[in-house]
Design a protein around this ligand. Structure first.
Ligand code: C2E
Ligand code: CA
Ligand code: CA
Ligand code: CA
Length: 277
């Protein structure tokens, strides 16, 4: 699905899931899948503007016994509706954090691991789980980043603030994922310990042809600069997008132009395409 507009993204979030019996069967298979450890992580690299590896984003996949390797669009919504996301998210967090030591062994201890967290997981024991992995894997400050959507903050702002402050005290950095597609006010950005904005790829897709998308990206970059936040542009697929975003001040880039989500061993070996002189 090359052309996925902003509206599609919203519709997908609302849950493009099967209904009725199909959903029950999926739920049963998900429970079994968790038990049988059928979930695994791929890692997509993020690069600085000078094209150094700065982070790996963990993206979950389900190795389904019959249907093959399934992307999150096939199962995350049902996990969220059923609450299974809490257990799945805990596994993902643990599995991702385990890779810090492997990075350090390769001299890549400065490369952060970034983990997506759903709103329900955030509200159900996330802080305890993070505390546990920080201790178990002795994660130094900056080693772990959590990618949250604005919905986390909208759902219960006071509680979100408490948890976010506690996470920051653990040395965990926080990114706002899909920035720009939510509907919340921006005032939270100055109150909460947020380190980075990830510009949603729906704004990056048509940069070359769409002047309003360019304006939106410029506005997000300017906002981030004023608030002293980092900016990641996701979904970079073309050299035009790469060069435009770099020269506009996006600090970090991620997308198929550099690498798709990959097994860990491969993800750390990706050398980005040569920088323009
Ligand atoms: P996201 O966090 O916005 O992640 C970016 C998605 O865009 C990923 O899809 C990634 O593979 C894809 N992508 C990256 N670069 C490009 C590009 O250049 N072009 C295009 N067309 N796509 C690109 P993926 O892996 O299928 O994940 C989809 C969504 O599922 C994620 O969106 C995230 O919201 C959710 N997700 C993935 N893993 C987890 C997880 O462990 N926990 C939770 N709660 N959600 C997860
Ligand atoms: Ca993400
Ligand atoms: Ca997301
Ligand atoms: Ca996104």
């Amino acid at each position: 699905a090359k052309k996925q507009g902003r509206n599609c993204t919203v519709a997908y979030r609302a849950g493009a899931t099967p209904s009725g019996g199909g959903k029950l069967q999926l739920l049963q298979e998900l429970r079994e899948g968790l038990e049988r450890r059928e979930f695994r992580l791929l890692f997509q690299p993020l690069f600085s503007a000078d094209l150094r590896l700065v982070a790996l984003e963990a993206l979950v996949r389900w190795q389904h016994p019959r249907r093959g390797l399934l992307p999150p669009s096939e199962f995350i919504a049902v996990c969220e509706e059923s609450g299974l996301i809490v257990e799945l998210g805990r596994r993902v967090l643990h599995e991702a954090a385990r890779h810090h030591a492997l990075l350090a062994q390769q001299g890549l201890g400065h490369v952060r691991l970034s983990v997506n967290v759903s709103a329900m997981q955030f509200a159900h024991g996330l802080l305890d789980d993070v505390q546990q992995v920080v201790r178990e894997f002795q994660l130094p400050p900056g080693a772990l980043e959590l990618e949250l959507t604005e919905s986390v903050i909208v759902d219960d702002p006071a509680r979100a603030a408490q948890v976010m402050v506690a996470l920051a005290e653990l040395g965990v950095t926080l990114a706002i994922d899909d920035f720009g597609v939510g509907y919340s006010s921006l005032s939270y950005l100055k109150r909460l310990p947020i380190h980075r904005l990830k510009i949603d790829r729906s704004f990056v897709n048509d940069l070359e042809s769409d002047a309003s998308d360019r304006s939106i990206c410029e506005a997000v970059i300017a906002l981030a600069r004023t608030l002293q936040l980092g900016v990641v542009a996701e979904g970079v697929e073309s050299e035009f997008q790469r060069d435009w975003l770099r020269s506009s001040g996006a600090g970090e880039l991620q997308g198929y132009l550099f690498a798709k989500p990959l097994p860990f061993e491969t993800a750390t070996q990706v050398a980005p395409v040569a920088a323009e002189p």
